[in-house]
Write a protein that binds this ligand. Structure first.
Ligand SMILES: CC(C)(COP(=O)([O-])OP(=O)([O-])OC[C@H]1O[C@@H](n2cnc3c(N)ncnc32)[C@H](O)[C@@H]1OP(=O)([O-])[O-])[C@@H](O)C(=O)NCCC(=O)NCCSC(=O)C[C@@](C)(O)CC(=O)[O-]
Length: 352
C-alpha cells in the first residue's frame, strides 16, 4: 500500500475535524432519545440501478443529502466493478464530495484491495469503512465468492489496517432473517457472525434483513438472540422494505434498545445478489414515523430529504417508493394547483 506520511496526516486532520464537529451535536429536546440514521441511498440504493449513473449525479445526491441534514452517509463502495458495475468510479465520486462539518462519510470495502484504493485518495472526507459478510455460506458465496468463515478471515486484516489508518470500522451481516438461496436463517448464526465482527474491531454491526421478509416478531427473536452476546448500542438495523415491514421492524428494534438504523432516500435500491428484494426502508418514512414519538432525529429535515427523494427519482426516471415522499409530492401538487387557480405566484412550501 503506497500512502505517504503527508497524506496520512492530511487525512487524519480531516477526520479530526469531523470528530470535533460530531462532539458538538446537540438535540432540540434534552430528554429526547436521539436516533441515528445512516443514509445508504448513494451506495445500497444506487448499486442496484440499471444503466450508468454519472459520478456527478452520485456526488450531487451525497451533497444534497448532507445539506438536508443527514449526518452519516454511505457514499459508495470499493468493490470489484466486475461484480457491481454501478459502484465503479467511487474514487471520483469521493473527490466531488463537498464535506459538510456535521456529516460523516463512509464506504463499503470488501478486501485489502478496496482499502488500498480508498486510502490512496487524498484528501478524503471518508472517516469510516464498512466491511460485510453474511449469516449463510450460500449468500456469502453469491455476494463475495467465499464462505462466511473465509470472509471473516479475509476481513480481519482489513479491519486492523483500517483502524491503524485512523478509520472507524462498521460491520454488516446480511440475510439475518431469510437467505434467498438457503431459506430461513438460524438467529444463533447471526449472533456468532456479529460477535466475530465485533471481535475484529467493528464499533457497530448493522444487521441486514436483505430480503425484507422480517416482521416485528422475527426481528425481535433475532435481536433477542444477538443481544445475548452484543449490547444494543453496538447494533444497527438495516431493513429492506420488500414486504413493507421496514418501519414496523424499526419500532420493534427500538424496544430492544437499538438506536441506529440504515435507510435509503426515496427507498432507492436493493442488493444485486438478492433477487426481488427492494430498497431499504425509505429515509422519509423513518423520519415521518419517528415524528412526535419520544425518539428524535433532530438533525435531519424531512422536507429537505423529501425534496432529495423527488429529485433523485426524477433523475433516475424511477418510481419514488417512499410512501411519505409520494404523499408529500401529491400534497405539493394539490397546493400548486390551488394557487394556480387563485392566480398566486411563488414556490409552494410543503406543510406537514
Ligand atoms: C469480494 C470480491 C472482490 C471477490 O471477488 P473475486 O472474483 O473472488 O476476487 P479476486 O480477488 O479473484 O479478483 C477478481 C478481479 O476483481 C478485482 N478486484 C478484487 N477486489 C477488488 C476491489 N476491491 N476493487 C476493484 N477490483 C477488485 C481483481 O483485481 C480481479 O481483477 P482482474 O485481475 O480479473 O482484472 C467480489 O466478490 C466483490 O467485489 N463483491 C462485492 C459484491 C457487492 O458489492 N455486493 C453488494 C454490497 S453488499 C450488500 O448490498 C448487502 C448490505 C451490506 O447492504 C447489507 C444487506 O442488505 O444485507
Amino acid at each position: 500500500m503506497t500512502v505517504s506520511v503527508a497524506n496520512l496526516i492530511r487525512r487524519g486532520a480531516s477526520r479530526r475535524l469531523v470528530s470535533a464537529a460530531q462532539n458538538t451535536r446537540s438535540y432540540s429536546t434534552p430528554t429526547a432519545k436521539p436516533i441515528t440514521i445512516v443514509e445508504v441511498g448513494p451506495r445500497d440504493g444506487l448499486q442496484n440501478e440499471k444503466g450508468v449513473i454519472p459520478a456527478s449525479v452520485k456526488a450531487d445526491l451525497i451533497n444534497r443529502l448532507a445539506r438536508a441534514g443527514m449526518w452519516h452517509i454511505e457514499a459508495g463502495s470499493f468493490v470489484s466493478p466486475k461484480w457491481v458495475p454501478q459502484m465503479a468510479g467511487t474514487a471520483e465520486v469521493i473527490s466531488m464530495i463537498d464535506p459538510q462539518p456535521n456529516t460523516q462519510y463512509s464506504v463499503l470495502v470488501p478486501n485489502s484491495k478496496g482499502l488500498a484504493d480508498l486510502v490512496a485518495i487524498s484528501p478524503s472526507p471518508i472517516s469510516e469503512i464498512a466491511i460485510f459478510t453474511a449469516a449463510t455460506d450460500a449468500f456469502a458465496l453469491a455476494n463475495t465468492n467465499t464462505t462466511v468463515a473465509a470472509s471473516l478471515e479475509r476481513l480481519a486484516p482489513v479491519a486492523a489496517a483500517a483502524r491503524a489508518q485512523g478509520l472507524r470500522v462498521r460491520g454488516y451481516v446480511s440475510v439475518v432473517i431469510t437467505c434467498p438461496y438457503s431459506g430461513k436463517v438460524d438467529p444463533a448464526r447471526v449472533r456468532h457472525v456479529t460477535q466475530e465482527l465485533i471481535n475484529m474491531g467493528c464499533y457497530e454491526v448493522s444487521l441486514g434483513d436483505t430480503v425484507g421478509t422480517g416482521t416485528p416478531a422475527t426481528i425481535s427473536t433475532m435481536l433477542e438472540e444477538v443481544g445475548k452476546s452484543v449490547p444494543p448500542e453496538k447494533l444497527a438495523g438495516h431493513y429492506h422494505d420488500t414486504f413493507g415491514m421496514g418501519v414496523a421492524n424499526i419500532f420493534a428494534s427500538l424496544k430492544h434498545g437499538i438506536r441506529t438504523f440504515d435507510a435509503s432516500v426515496g427507498g432507492l435500491g436493493g442488493c444485486p445478489y438478492s433477487p426481488g428484494a427492494t430498497g431499504n426502508v425509505a429515509t422519509e418514512d423513518v423520519l415521518y414515523a419517528l415524528r412526535g414519538s419520544s425518539y428524535e432525529v433532530a438533525h435531519a429535515d424531512l422536507d429537505e430529504v423529501a425534496k432529495v427523494g423527488w429529485w433523485i427519482s426524477d433523475v433516475l426516471a424511477r418510481q419514488n417508493t417512499s410512501r411519505v415522499g409520494k404523499a408529500l409530492w401529491a400534497r405539493k401538487e394539490r397546493e400548486e394547483e390551488e394557487r394556480r387557480r387563485k392566480g398566486e405566484q411563488g414556490e409552494v412550501k410543503v406543510k406537514l
